[in-house]
Ligand binder design. Structure first.
Ligand code: NAI
Ligand code: SOE
Length: 386
């Protein structure tokens, strides 16, 4: 069986998750890892049992055995690294966001189309089995015409002024944080489920903690460290902790997203509710194998993930029978199974045909984020320029 050889750039929080998920496919070999320097590359490659370690990702791109590369570094690196991957003729899976703004993403999309490589933006959260089921129920008309789409993505890992990460710095993570870093997961998910695009936004962004204590030593995502006065410096924060975004959708639905990274007790609470002219669907990522069905004139229901009663195009993403929980880590195996099946069949890249998010998805998402920033600055509704 031909194994597809893959290289990873960045072996931090998400790098580990990608390595494990890729290996679960069975026909993919994680051949190489690149990190900021040779020492760290060897340390992480050892930890992840990856045979080749590179202290410079450009050397990884010279490895002719490697067909596909995953870009898993801080956001500021995504555009240039993905561009170099495409120019080297490599297929690319880039973590979100695909670039720092929609100018970069449109240039990258154009180049990827010219080179004909397979390109994917890793929006894994749309791959929860019941999120796919919700999509099939909407497509099947079971919800009726969609009236409202609303929800949250709430976290607390940045709750304290001593919590620090590169995402807090606009120069590394991008001008928007709460909306771009986590809000985009929600936006991708509800557009995927509803089949409707965001066409206009009205946004209010807040930085509740204007000055934070930056550790002098870089910390990996979600790492908490007790600091002594000499271990950090005070830094003025130029990205938002919170975003409330009113939304208008292409099919006439209205909506609201509340994204915030400083909500005590909320770890990674992503949820949505879709109110249609027939019934309501509500789903919460912290209880991903249950979905609430709201009815008028009869008892409400609870859909427990069960591939035996799910729509075929949703059931195929449920790897375990009814009641056996599936979660965040499984969504990566599911998105990679779609991407690598396409690669394995050697099919020509076609954004309309593929069933996974692409650089086009990434460009559309950054177009929304750019509109959110403009709306916050002007205090007006802003139409999204796709
Ligand atoms: P992290 O800080 O834990 O890891 C980033 C890694 O990249 C570090 O090991 C760092 O040394 C390495 N790196 C930095 N510059 C590099 C370079 N020039 N060459 C090679 N390696 C380099 O960050 P984390 O949390 O893993 O985030 C990485 C990306 O993944 C971000 O874009 C984030 O938005 C995305 N992400 C997506 C998630 C999802 O659910 N889809 C979850 C978490 C992160
Ligand atoms: C940090 O907010 C983070 O790691 C995001 O970057 C991810 O995209 C999200 O899945 C989990 O939280």
């Amino acid at each position: 069986m031909r194994k597809i050889k893959v290289g990873l750039i960045g072996g931090g929080f998400i790098g580990r998750i990608h390595a494990e998920a890729l290996r679960r496919l069975g026909y993919v070999e994680v051949l190489a890892l690149a990190e900021v320097n040779q020492e760290l590359a060897e340390e992480r490659a050892e930890e992840l049992s990856i045979p080749n370690a590179y202290g410079d990702y450009r050397d990884l791109l010279k490895n002719r055995e490697i067909e596909s590369v995953h870009v898993l570094t801080p956001n500021k690196c995504h555009f240039s690294m993905s561009k170099e991957c495409v120019e080297a003729g490599k297929n690319v899976v880039c973590e979100k966001p695909v670039a720092m703004n929609s100018n970069e993403s449109s240039e990258l999309l154009k180049l990827a189309r010219e080179k004909g490589v397979v390109h994917c933006l890793c929006h894994n959260m749309r791959y929860y089995p019941l999120v796919k089921q919700a999509r099939e129920m909407v497509k099947g008309g079971e919800i009726g015409n969609i009236r409202l789409i609303h929800g949250h993505y709430l976290q607390d890992w940045l709750f304290l002024e001593t919590d620090y990460n590169w995402r807090l710095e606009a120069a590394v993570g991008g001008k928007s944080r709460a909306v771009a870093d986590i809000g985009t997961h929600w936006l991708d998910m509800v557009q995927h489920v509803s089949g409707q695009k965001v066409v206009s936004v009205y946004a209010d962004l807040t930085t509740f903690i204007p000055v934070r204590k930056k550790p002098l030593k870089e910390l990996e995502t979600y790492t908490v460290q007790e600091l002594k006065p000499g271990d950090y410096e005070n830094v003025k924060i130029d990205t938002e902790d919170h975003g409330t975004v009113l939304l208008k959708f292409s099919g006439g639905a209205k909506g609201v997203l509340l994204a915030c990274q400083v909500c005590a007790g909320r770890k990674n609470m992503i949820d949505f509710e879709i109110n249609g002219s027939k019934r309501t669907l509500a789903w919460n990522g912290e209880h991903p194998n249950h979905m609430w069905i709201g009815e008028r004139g009869k008892v409400n229901g609870e859909f427990i993930k069960n591939p035996a009663i799910m729509a075929p195009d949703a059931a195929k993403y449920a790897g375990a029978p009814c009641g056996l929980g599936e979660g965040y880590l499984d969504t990566f195996k599911s998105i990679f199974s779609d991407v690598y099946e396409w690669m394995r069949e050697g099919k020509k890249m076609d954004e309309e045909e593929v069933n996974f998010p692409t650089f086009l998805t990434g460009h559309q998402e950054l177009s929304i984020v750019d509109a959110v920033l403009r709306s916050h600055d002007t205090g007006t509704w802003v139409d999204v320029e796709y």
